[in-house]
Design a protein around this ligand. Sequence first.
Ligand SMILES: [Zn+2]
Length: 293
Amino acid sequence: MNNAVQYGNANVYRVIDLDPFTLPLAFLFPGASIAALGAAATALDGVHIDARNGAVHLAVQSHLIRFAGKIILIDSCVGEHKPRPARPDWHQRSNSPYLANFAACGCSPDDIDIVMCTHLHADHVGWNTRLVSGQWVPTFANARYLMSQTEIDLRASETAHNPQTNHGSYRDSVLPVIEHGLVDIVKADDAIADGATILALPGHTPGQIGLEIATGGPSRAVFCGDAIHSPAQVYQPQWASAFCHDTAQAIRTRQMLLARAVADDLVLIPAHLRAAHMRIREKNGAMFSVFDA
Ligand SMILES: [Zn+2]
């Protein structure tokens, strides 16, 4: 059984699709180096980075939340049977652990009320659909899928110019759920459940959104998508990923989020974090991350 982490009235499970997902540090964050992390490299080594080989370890996972009488799934990973020839570890996957990991949370895909896509990159929408008799059908048939209009418009227009953009994921993982009438458009400050509010996190993609939950416990929890890829960026917030749409805005959004996390003692839950969550502390003007789950 996949054990939930409890934050006030919210129970949160990590549903792993691919872990670790390892990328060279200087590929994910152009210009980055292990040396620039200083002492933090030792603190993060093994779980979040591979200091010796200059790599970053991420998890490709969904977060399943039971809160306010709803079951909410945040992001849907890589998926199966998707043609992703540019990325061999994502290409035509089968027998992945995802659905078994999902069942270990004590529910089935049919139980999901809300699938929230923080943004529409291929590693966040894959399980939106699955292949049945040659057709892409919604995996979460009873759910409303929440997306930002900015994201849909961007991916639709990019795909019209080049169907292979973003690994072709718009056509096989987004369009089918739109065509099934399952998508609702959300924007900043919308409440998707009592106490769960959409947050704008632009930069990594123009319409990226997060979810902030007033848990009823001492801290609010913020599911922040790819506004932070790795805790290494707590120490080097100016490290933007090679996949960020607007680097300057991605950095501003991250700095805003980190500053708020310190001020409000937020529980931060980035999409790819290889831990339940992190909190951010500040000492002598420098930020650092704490993993206390
Ligand atoms: Zn991602």
